[in-house]
Design a protein around this ligand. Sequence first.
Ligand SMILES: CC(C)(COP(=O)(O)OP(=O)(O)OC[C@H]1O[C@@H](n2cnc3c(N)ncnc32)[C@H](O)[C@@H]1OP(=O)(O)O)[C@@H](O)C(=O)NCCC(=O)NCCS
Length: 184
Amino acid sequence: MRDKVVVRLAKRDDAEALGRLYERNLSLFSSDEPSRDASFFTVEGQARALRDALDEYDAGRQWPGVALMDGDVIGKITLHDIRRGPLNMAEVGGWLSADLHNHGVATDALAHLLRIAFGELGLHKIVGYAKVDNIASRKVMEHNGFSLVGTVERHVYDRGRWHDEMLYERLAPWCDGTRPSADG
Ligand SMILES: CC(C)(COP(=O)(O)OP(=O)(O)OC[C@H]1O[C@@H](n2cnc3c(N)ncnc32)[C@H](O)[C@@H]1OP(=O)(O)O)[C@@H](O)C(=O)NCCC(=O)NCCS
């Protein structure tokens, strides 16, 4: 199963597949994703979200990706808050269809995304946050060589309260402490 996972840049045509995927996976978003308006989880909502995400991509601030298996969209994986200049870093976030959980699929999708991040995008560092009890998300980062920076207190507001999150980071494999990017 795992060697079939690929990640590619999202496109506007993915709205239908993503909307259907969200509709089938609504239960995932009751605990681990920040609360959103209900319209977001529909084909129309995804069409709007993709337009916004691709505008951000054009501006160089985001790399909105989808994970695919056998050509089907099975999840979302995005580099957001891309910051160039002396930081040259981004934050990763994503989710995967519940019927595929615990088979290493997200671990492989993140590995593919990191090749893009440190290769064609030339980023220096990727960070990721996970709620303290989101073991699956934390393991996906740990399996991909992220190290734990520490606890960020009251980091995300969700369903009526602030939650602590664990901050992880992963440096580019080519980083020797002197070069700002892969080709720098
Ligand atoms: C986070 C998420 C993408 C992980 O996807 P996945 O394909 O199941 O991840 P993987 O199978 O690659 O790895 C999950 C690991 O966590 C482990 N795991 C999952 N739940 C666990 C639990 N309750 N206790 C201990 N380990 C657990 C799995 O066994 C696996 O570890 P292993 O490979 O060492 O056996 C998926 O759970 C998801 O979409 N969650 C909802 C959205 C979300 O939380 N996104 C991240 C926000 S920061």
